[in-house]
Design a binder for this molecule. Structure first.
Ligand SMILES: *Cc1c(COP(=O)(O)O)cnc(C)c1O
Length: 373
């Protein structure tokens, strides 16, 4: 039995909807399928305003423009995360200030935030790792106290909640990813959630190359012109049509992933499995174990690989990346530990119970210094 790490899920409706787009000859962005997808998020997740983008990276870049990040502003970001969360702000000239993970979870340690805030701090980016919520009440209280913008990188967190609110709808901005490795996907795609009324109008302008085209289409102005900075952040209808085919199956995709996640969790109680805080639900995006040390992780992943199972580590902490060039102050022991010890197991929608059992059994039968054939 061969178990890959991921298999992008296809519902079977994608070709029909893409065919429809081609037949209607309405291929550029902000058409029927874009609106269907955006409305779905508004209704299902109670999102105030949202815009489909070509990636989560783009949605983060939009949030950085909307938060009015200026050269020299400081933005606090967890070091254990994907590079897009930092780049979006570096592109506007921000200085990145890293924060460590919690000891028990890769999510940022909010108790460290206050001591990192200075006169120049403008925003905090929170990343809900593996779709598990950060402590949003605590984070929003700090943001309100210091008048900071909160951006939720909810790339992995679609469908998961903090208390009774969907992740991505709590901070001033939220961003989802529809990359092929995520729970719901269209190859490459994303969504910006604008949760604060005062940013809604400008978000439409930035989305369409800095023009007031959206107002023009609504008949509010008689021509559309260059009114602000912006870029081409909107995806084509081909991507939106693919995404719509996925959203129609959201519930079953969600349930299937949770089922696989729970099966791992129940089988692997002897190992160091994910800790779920009581304020967070789960969306089954990633299942991981935390190994004892780097050597232990390399040994286990080689052992699994020898049994045709793909298991991967995850982020390389940004504070020690080549781009930072050794300039980061401070120490980040928890992030360092997750960088060295976290191992992600295969999880995908078409995974069978037998495949899950196979992976779990192999892991349980692993013994240190096993000879690989
Ligand atoms: C996947 C991911 C992204 C990037 O998403 P894209 O849609 O590929 O731009 C950003 N942040 C996190 C935490 C991710 O997991």
């Amino acid at each position: 039995m061969k178990v890959p790490f991921n298999k992008p899920f296809v519902t079977g409706k994608e070709q029909d909807y893409i065919g429809d787009v081609i037949a209607c000859k309405k291929l550029s962005g902000n058409g029927k399928y874009t609106k269907l997808c955006q409305n779905w998020f508004k209704e299902k997740f109670n999102a105030k305003h949202c815009l489909l983008t070509t990636s989560c990276t783009d949605a983060l870049e939009m949030s950085s423009i909307l938060a009015d990040i200026q050269p020299g502003d400081e933005v606090i970001i967890p070091t254990y995360t994907f590079v897009s969360a930092a780049n979006a702000f570096v592109l506007r000239g921000a200085k990145i200030v890293f924060v460590d993970s919690l000891a028990e979870h890769p999510n940022l340690d909010h108790t460290l935030l206050e001591e990192l805030i200075t006169e120049k701090t403008k925003a905090i980016v929170v990343v809900h790792y593996a779709g598990i919520a950060c402590d949003m009440d605590a984070i929003m209280a700090i943001a309100n106290k210091y008048d900071l913008v909160v951006i939720e990188d909810a790339a992995q967190a679609i469908g998961a909640k903090y208390k009774n609110k969907y992740l991505g709808t709590i901070g001033h901005f939220g961003a989802y990813s529809f990359h092929a490795t995520k729970n719901i996907h269209c190859g490459e795609g994303g969504l910006l959630l604008v949760n604060d009324d005062k940013h809604i109008r400008r978000s439409e302008i930035i989305w369409e190359k800095g023009t007031n085209r959206a107002a023009f289409v609504r008949g509010e102005v008689d021509k559309y012109s260059w009114v602000d900075v912006g870029s081409s952040f909107l995806p084509s209808e081909l991507n939106a049509a693919f995404l719509w085919a996925q959203l129609e199956f959201f519930e079953s995709i969600f349930e299937k992933r949770i089922e696989i996640w729970n099966s791992y969790f129940e089988n692997l109680t002897k190992l160091n499995t994910p800790v779920l805080p009581n304020y967070s639900t789960n969306n089954g995006h990633i299942f991981y174990i935390v190994c004892e040390n780097l050597k232990h992780r390399i040994d286990i992943s080689s052992y699994l690989k020898a049994h045709s199972i793909q298991a991967y580590f995850h982020f390389l902490s940004l504070h020690s990346s080549p781009y930072m060039n050794g300039c980061t102050l401070g120490s980040f022991p928890n992030a360092d530990r997750f960088e060295s010890c976290l191992l992600r197991l295969p999880i995908y929608n078409s995974m069978t119970p037998e495949e899950v059992q196979f992976v779990a059994q192999k892991l349980l039968s692993y013994k240190p210094n096993t000879k690989l054939t």
